[in-house]
Design a protein around this ligand. Structure first.
Ligand code: FAD
Length: 423
């Protein structure tokens, strides 16, 4: 089988890109390979765990989000052969392509933490990083009777770098509301990193928010083992970056785990990877084009884009990658254009969110005419009602980012030096 454009993966990146290709070049023959029959709005799992939305609001059938005119092969890619411009599927079928776009997301490495797979979903060990355990997380928050609640973040790159803190703030608010009936809680955020966020201005603001809530933050604490029945978690702790490490055991009544994450194995073991240990697809950070195979692109979490892995990043990568796919098919040169934009709205209470938008400059930027380093009510409304609607009705349907409509005003404001953070 041969197709003009083959998209491996029909999650957020694969579907958004397929829509942009239909919009920019409806004559193209586009095929998506995706094994799952359902499509998730993963950002919504935090809202589910907080009890703000039912799980059903975060899921639709894959068929319903597949753009019209796009062929869907319900299967799994098991090998990439870029020298032969081909991929192999799990049933042995080989598909050759004119252009390949890799959109496989990333792998969650639950078993990299000793004892975690056996403990998850029981003994108060929960996670918003999976559809199944998001519901259990909600139940754990509701049933919490007081004690120590640990929230972890691993050393690896993760999707949505703010999500591990969002769930802590939601829990904190719920527990404090029950303090009148004797629920006394101690919340500890244990991160393997040396900061709370890769953008210094946000990291500082996040530290201040945690301190204001009375939550403890511990840096360079990497979760390595969990004993569910005894409710004990083991961390590898470094006093300073690159220094000696020692083990520390902490007891818990609730443990929220964010597992280590890595590039999908099928990519890491292929010639598309930067190298087998850093297995992301090796792309130009501005165009999404592979650095060694010009007929290969990546979008979303699987790409080596040096920015946070989010759906917001996908939203701005998609039109650039779609235009470049078209350029390669027509023998034109590709254009950069993606500036590393990513966003990870940080829920801090059930009525406030810090917008957390940034780009490759690692400085805060804003799409909404406001300082993004502040907690705001309107941002909560966007997070709770706006973004889910935008995801299903605009992003997956290749509608431009809302910030684009404000560009004439924000551009002018920036030129006049009125709003230094405007995009
Ligand atoms: C708890 C949580 C909170 C988040 N919060 C936010 C947020 O607030 N803001 C934000 O912008 N983003 C957020 N994100 C991140 C966002 O959901 C991801 O960055 C986004 O989904 C990435 O899109 P993707 O296409 O790269 O990967 P995915 O959407 O994960 O899609 C990958 C697809 O590839 C398919 N696949 C895997 N292996 C194969 C294979 N071998 N062959 C074929 N198909 C395969 C999978 O089935 C999947 O459908 C959050 C994520 C989580 C989990």
């Amino acid at each position: 089988m041969h197709c003009q454009v083959l998209i491996a993966g029909g999650g957020t990146g694969g579907i958004t890109l397929a829509s942009w290709l239909r919009r920019l070049a409806p004559e193209l023959d586009v095929t998506v390979v995706e094994p799952s029959s359902s499509h998730d709005y993963q950002s919504g799992w935090v809202l589910v765990a907080g009890g703000f939305v039912p799980m059903a609001e975060t899921e639709r059938s894959e068929a319903s989000v597949m753009p019209e005119g796009v062929r869907w092969i319900c299967s799994k890619v098991v090998a990439f052969d870029p020298e032969q411009h081909a991929v192999e599927l799990i049933d042995g079928q080989r598909i050759t392509y004119g252009v390949l776009v890799v959109a496989l997301g990333l792998d969650l490495l639950w078993s990299a933490v000793d004892g975690l797979p056996a403990a998850l979903g029981r003994h108060g060990v929960c996670s918003i990083y999976s559809r199944r355990f998001a519901m259990y997380t909600r139940d754990c928050l509701r049933r919490f009777q007081g004690g120590t609640a640990l929230f972890t973040q691993p050393a690896t790159a993760i999707k949505c770098g703010g999500a591990p803190q969002k769930i802590m703030h939601i829990a904190d608010q719920q527990f404090k509301r029950r303090s009148g009936v004797g629920v006394k809680s101690r919340l500890i955020f244990c991160t393997a990193k040396s900061n709370l966020f890769p953008v210094p201005a946000f990291s500082e603001a996040m530290g201040a928010i945690a301190a204001a809530h009375g939550s403890e933050v511990r840096f360079r604490h990497d979760l390595v083992a969990v004993n569910g029945p005894e409710r004990r978690a083991v961390f590898r702790v470094r006093e300073q970056e690159g220094g000696q490490s020692h083990e520390l055991e902490l007891g818990f009544d609730l443990l929220h785990v964010v597992p280590p994450m890595a590039a999908p194995r099928v990519v890491a073991e292929s010639p598309l990877a930067v190298n087998p240990t850093e297995g992301w697809v090796e792309v130009d950070p501005h165009s999404g084009q592979h650095l060694r195979y010009p007929d290969v692109f990546a979008i979303g979490d699987v790409g080596s884009f040096p920015t946070s892995k989010t759906a917001a990043a996908v939203r701005l990568q998609a039109p650039v990658v779609a235009a470049n796919v078209q350029a390669v098919l027509q023998g034109r040169s590709v254009q950069g254009g993606y500036d590393g934009y990513s966003a990870c709205p940080l829920i801090t209470t059930d009525h406030s969110v810090m917008m957390v938008e940034f780009d490759y400059t690692k400085k805060p930027v804003s799409s909404f005419l406001v300082d993004p380093v502040k907690e705001r009510w309107f941002a909560w409304l966007l997070e709770r009602w706006g973004f889910p609607w935008i995801y299903w009705n605009r992003m997956l349907k290749a509608q431009p980012h809302e910030g684009a409509y404000l560009k004439p005003f924000t551009g002018l404001a920036r030129r006049l030096g009125l709003m230094r953070w405007q995009r």
